[in-house]
Design a protein around this ligand. Structure first.
Ligand code: KG4
Ligand code: ZN
Length: 359
């Protein structure tokens, strides 16, 4: 069984071909990072146009690298939401056109399911497992019961973890994307110098919140500006490093603390499960990965995380999720409409404070 996967929901145009022996036959990825950098974040219109311009050549390259013809794949999958709708439409329309022309099944993959299942391609992770999904747009704790079956235990009620990394980085003038820059600076920083809050730390649920933490960082940075304006702040390099270390530490502590609660629930309700998985862009963070590994060991669980290049957006995870869906008998009609919002657990209530945005 061979599946092509297409990813275009944010700022990466990517495609990959995988098979059911868990082999990556080929992959291609073009990042738009440089196009968005001057704006300090992803500009949806620029992203959509760039996907449109490059998607055909990315798909062609993917087949050329694999030495396969389009007719050789068994199904065509595309990241079909959630995400920036202009980009999602480009990927979905390309996949549908190929499916129609080749008379092959089309598979609409939830981008979050791509992140959620990536670890099953690269490690021996079995259902059910506990997942921390931390990306630029999402921050959730879920039980992955099976393909397409999720129980959400917690979610952020405001910013996603990656979003908070990006905003703090911007305030410190470190650029976009923020995660890797903050991690680098944090390596030489003292995480205990600045006292930062841990929002929702004592709430009884598994929900998370990062907006108060971001505001606390903003106040510290403002204190370095003669006129109190963040953009005018002048910080010595060591102070920047100490803020980064304190922030990364606080985010990690919040995530680990809520995961501890989630692990107790998981053990009780899913006694057969043994895996703790982290995925999504923020899962590239080594400090977080190390802490999660310790947490897993302390709770008799096996920790897995996809290699860093499969944590951030990529075509391989979409091809793999597409393959898992196809194998489980799920395909979609060509009238499937891309979904800008698409929660993994459709039954989970909207979290209070989420403003209807986070799912
Ligand atoms: O999964 P992803 O590529 O895109 C979304 O689906 O959102 O995640 C991107 C996010 C960005 O917010 C970026 O700052 C964050 O992942 N990120 C990191 C690191 N590398 C990327 N955050 C913390 N530490 C990192 N090393
Ligand atoms: Zn993503």
């Amino acid at each position: 069984m061979i599946v092509l996967g297409i990813e275009s929901s944010c700022d990466e145009t990517a495609a990959a071909i995988v098979n059911d022996k868990r082999q990556i036959i080929s992959e291609c990825l073009l990042t738009q990072l440089e196009e968005h950098k001057p704006f300090g974040g992803v500009v949806p219109e620029i992203a959509a146009r760039s996907h449109l311009e490059h998607i055909d050549e990315i798909i062609e390259h993917t087949f050329a690298k694999a030495r396969l013809k389009p007719a050789d794949v068994d199904a065509i999958a595309a990241s079909s939401g959630p995400g920036l709708i202009g980009g999602v439409v480009v990927g979905v329309m390309s996949a549908k056109a190929m499916a129609l022309a080749l008379n092959k099944p089309f598979i609409a993959v939830n981008h979050l399911e791509g992140h959620a299942l990536a670890a099953r391609l690269t490690s021996d992770v079995r259902y059910p497992y506990l997942l921390l999904l931390v990306s630029g747009g999402h921050c959730q704790i879920l039980v992955v019961k099976n393909v397409g079956e999720y129980e959400r235990l917690g979610t952020t009620i405001d910013d996603a973890a990656g979003e908070a990394f990006d905003k703090v980085s911007k305030m410190l003038g470190l650029g976009y994307p923020g995660g890797p820059m903050i991690e680098k600076m944090a390596d030489i920083g003292n995480s205990r110098r600045f006292v930062l809050p841990r929002p929702l730390y004592n709430s009884p649920d598994c929900n998370l919140s990062f907006s108060g933490l971001k505001t606390a960082v903003r106040k510290i940075i403002e204190s370095y500006a003669p006129d109190g304006i963040v953009e005018h702040a002048i910080l010595p390099e060591q102070d920047v490093a100490d803020i980064c270390a304190g922030f990364q530490f606080a985010v990690t502590e919040c995530l680990c603390h809520k995961l501890e609660k989630a692990i107790r629930y998981f053990h009780e309700h899913y006694p057969a499960g043994k895996d703790l998985v982290v995925s999504g862009g923020v899962a590239s963070n080594t400090f977080l990965r190390n802490r999660l590994e310790l947490l897993a060991i302390a709770n008799n669980m096996v920790f897995s995380a996809p290699p860093v290049r499969f944590c951030t957006d990529n075509g391989v995870m979409i091809a793999w999720a597409g393959l898992e869906r196809f194998r489980a008998g799920y395909t979609n009609n060509l009238d499937f409409k891309p979904r800008p919002r698409w929660p993994l657990d459709e039954n989970a209530p909207k979290a209070a404070g989420a403003g209807g945005v986070k799912a």
